[in-house]
Design a protein around this ligand. Structure first.
Ligand code: ZN
Length: 163
């Protein structure tokens, strides 16, 4: 297990379309373990393979810090509602912006055993699924930001109401 270098905005690897994964291999297992370590080390809630320079369709997500999901070849099959809120990305350090996402999504993906499963999420989990899956098609949240990117304030008041 190891911490990998997180690629930042401007690195062309973040703008490419990732390839489908066809088989679980020791190398892929190592990649996924490293992605989880790298996400936790950086205090992120999600990480996609291109963010560590690998153009494969795999993401890791953990919005609570104790509930990790590994999604291989994920696809969103259902979404509804709308949420508007602050979003950031480990590849765009120190910044955040307001993005509107569905409030509910259902994704289908393969797990570490290459078995299909469904992941349903609302609120932050729905937002994280959308954000991470966008990475697999070369998109960053900054393309969807309403208004300007902001510098992250660590004393951000969670109770602040959105207009
Ligand atoms: Zn991101």
């Amino acid at each position: 297990m190891a911490i990998r270098n997180i690629r930042e905005q401007g690195d062309s690897v973040l703008n490419k379309t990732c390839k489908e994964i066809t088989a679980m291999t020791p190398r892929l297992r190592d990649l996924i373990e490293d992605m989880l370590d790298t996400m936790y080390e950086a205090n992120g809630v999600g990480l996609a393979a291109p963010q560590v320079g690998i153009l494969k369709r795999v993401v890791v997500i953990d919005v609570t810090g104790e509930d990790p999901y590994v999604l291989i070849n994920p696809r969103i099959v259902e979404s509804s509602g709308e949420q508007t809120g602050q979003e950031g990305c480990l590849s765009v350090p120190g910044k955040a912006g307001i993005v509107t996402r569905p409030n509910y999504v259902k994704a289908v993906a393969l797990d570490m055993n290459m078995e299909p499963f469904e992941l349903e999420g609302t609120e932050l989990l729905a937002r994280a699924i959308c954000h991470e899956l966008d990475h697999l098609d070369g998109h960053l949240y900054v393309e969807k930001v309403e208004g300007d990117l902001m510098d992250v304030t660590y004393d951000y008041d969670e109770e602040e109401e959105e207009e």
